[in-house]
Design a protein around this ligand. Sequence first.
Ligand code: SAM
Ligand code: SF4
Length: 446
Amino acid sequence: MKKIFYIETFGCQMNEYDSEKISGMLENLDYNRTKNINNANLIIYNTCLIRENAENKLYGKLGALKKLKMEKDDLILAVGGCIPQNEEIRNYILDKYPFIDIIFGTNTFYKLPEMINKHMNNSHEILVELEKNSSNLNENLPTVRKYEHKAFVNIMYGCNNFCSYCVVPHTRGRERSRNSKEILNEVENLASQGFKEITLLGQNVNSYGNDLDGDYRFTQLLEDIEKINEIERIRYVSSHPKDVGDEFIDFLGRSKKVCNHMHLPIQAGSSKVLKEMNRKYTKEDYIQIIKKLRNSVPNISISTDFIVGFPGESEEDFEETLSLCREVEFDAAFTFIYSVRPNTPAGKRIDQINDEVKHKRFNRLLETLYPIFYERNLAYKDKVVKVLVDKISKNKDEYLTGRSRSNRIVHFKGNSNLIGKIVNVRINKVKTWFLKGVLTEEEAYE
Ligand code: SAM
Ligand code: SF4
């Protein structure tokens, strides 16, 4: 029997990286990956619970699969990741979609090969494997990386923050930092294979090490990674404002390899809402951090996350969010409409904002942000930037696409043999979401 798998990932970079590991394990078992779901005899959905629409998307896909499952005897259907971690939703799925064969969680995908095997020997039973706070059991798995020049590296799992709207601490469990030697070994290994850029992943990377003995923390980890010769760019995501300290900010100013981009989610511009979100910082604290960051790294680019329509958010609260956008001048942002999540304090509040108000505020937020992004990009017009080339552009074959150090998407004409290289590009066109330019030998501004 030909072994062909199809995998679809919902949600954050953490899930994307988990899917790279799942794919690596399956390829080790002689499975080939297909992009056409109809060709597969193993279909995996790696799921996300962060907002209701991610959940609904999965239900739509599962409903549509029933027919395929009935037509194909040998089809194995697996649902994994964050959604099955919630007992109530897991039971709903088991009840509504009884044709699913395998259910695994965020800490148990390393068991997938064993579960597939078991299923093949007894295909009548639905197999469920879940663990909540297990430590690092998904370590050292073979990984199929999306790119050959840049890679994700997990530095910690889980989250301790319990923001009042968020399911992550419930689905991914408490914070567990990986041993620094293991992280450094992994990065050295990637460097020796030719990887140039790494992105350190965690829900709150600036609290790396708080759960470990000793005083080795995130800044030391960055310093040690910076010493690995072949690594040219270091990125990290996400940072929580409450854990961004002066030592880290000073290091950013000295660092040659940590990119001048920070993703620092604010969520809302009203200190009252931030308190109710349990974010543990005020609007003023956030602005102070931005000032320090810009003092230390003058051309740092700041991206953020916003939630619009948190329970009890008044018109004045929302206007504070808009005025904060103008004050901080963000370079980019992910914007979300608040979504009620199971077992969260905010989800239980009776002062939920109605959908129409939420959508109107959401649109007003975008109308405020987009001109700011464009203005921030305009600063790059006629400047030369270093670009790590990712791929051939989606829309135009003769164009390549890469990222500047400040994480801007840059398109330019070039040959595909430049993929994976760092090249200099002179920017001649600026849009809200990307920059366009031409290859040049001139010295780069950043
Ligand atoms: N740990 C990261 C942090 O706190 O910065 C964020 C991780 S979460 C996967 C990404 C974003 O999803 C959050 O920053 C927040 O803006 C958004 N989010 C989380 N829960 C949400 C909810 N219930 N409704 C809408 N957006 C939500
Ligand atoms: Fe969710 Fe807050 Fe943890 Fe981020 S820090 S994952 S928003 S609980």
